[in-house]
Design a binder for this molecule. Structure first.
Ligand SMILES: [Zn+2]
Ligand SMILES: [Zn+2]
Length: 245
């Protein structure tokens, strides 16, 4: 399976960029995790929007859903032009239905609640969930295919249960909203040091820092995470890819 970063910003995107969005592709099937602000424009540099079969939405905060409506409209237009007959399936946390009803537009898009205790399969990729500490219902996502594992924390406070969820993953994509020494937990987020600690505890191969803050020098986040995690650490950026196989 291949994962590509579309957007790396928390809250809102910097000029010409996007907030939370990742493309997952496996054996010709493609789906998104989150579809934040600027995502639809940016992702077209990396994949054909008409082939996206599904979106897994971790939670309804704007920096994770702002372009969902635009993606639905693109599917309405692309279907009308006979450029695709693919329906977009939007999988959302069942507690948050009111926030997703507006995206249902058959036959272009359907909304499907997920029960976080279930295992979903997307084109051969198994997806499981774990609730995170965040002001609204929010779920970390684990992707497994052919013995490889990628885990995305979504938005989360530091919690050792997340390390168990990410145990021995090939890649951990962790939200890194604050710098060392700041009180990220008060805002429902993690610091660079906590991301590194999570990666070390889970024993993952590689750590990507994402959901980055709009203050300070983001390169510093990488150095701070490296102080607690001895494996490979990368700052997410649009186009960063891992082919896990
Ligand atoms: Zn967020
Ligand atoms: Zn959030």
């Amino acid at each position: 399976m291949k994962i590509t970063v579309v957007g790396r910003w928390g809250a809102f995107p910097e000029q010409g960029e996007a907030s939370a969005c990742y493309i997952v592709e496996h054996k010709g099937y493609s789906f998104l995790i989150d579809c934040g602000s600027g995502a639809l424009s940016t992702l077209q540099a990396y994949t054909d929007r008409r082939n996206i079969a599904a979106v897994i939405s971790t939670h309804h905060h704007f920096d994770h859903v702002a372009d969902l409506g635009a993606l639905v409209y693109s599917r309405v237009v692309d279907q009308a032009l006979n450029d695709t007959d693919q329906t977009l399936a939007i999988h959302y946390p069942e507690e948050s239905r009111l926030h997703y009803e507006q995206y249902e537009k058959e036959p272009a898009a359907v909304i499907i609640p997920y029960d976080p205790t279930e295992r979903l399969t997307f084109g051969g990729v198994t997806v499981t969930f774990q609730k995170t500490g965040h002001p609204v219902p929010c779920y970390a996502v684990k992707l497994e295919a052919e013995g490889r594992t990628i885990v995305f924390t979504a938005d989360a406070v530091y919690d050792e249960k997340l390390a168990a969820f990410a145990k021995r993953a090939d890649l951990l994509i962790a939200e890194c909203s604050f710098y060392a020494g700041q009180d990220a937990g008060a805002f429902g987020h993690m610091t660079s040091v906590e991301c590194g600690r999570l990666a070390a505890l889970a024993g993952v191969q590689e750590l990507w820092l994402t959901h980055l803050p709009h203050f300070g020098e983001v390169a510093e986040l990488k150095r701070e995470a490296e102080a607690t995690f001895g494996g490979s650490v990368k700052l997410a950026e649009a186009g960063l890819t891992m082919q896990a196989e």
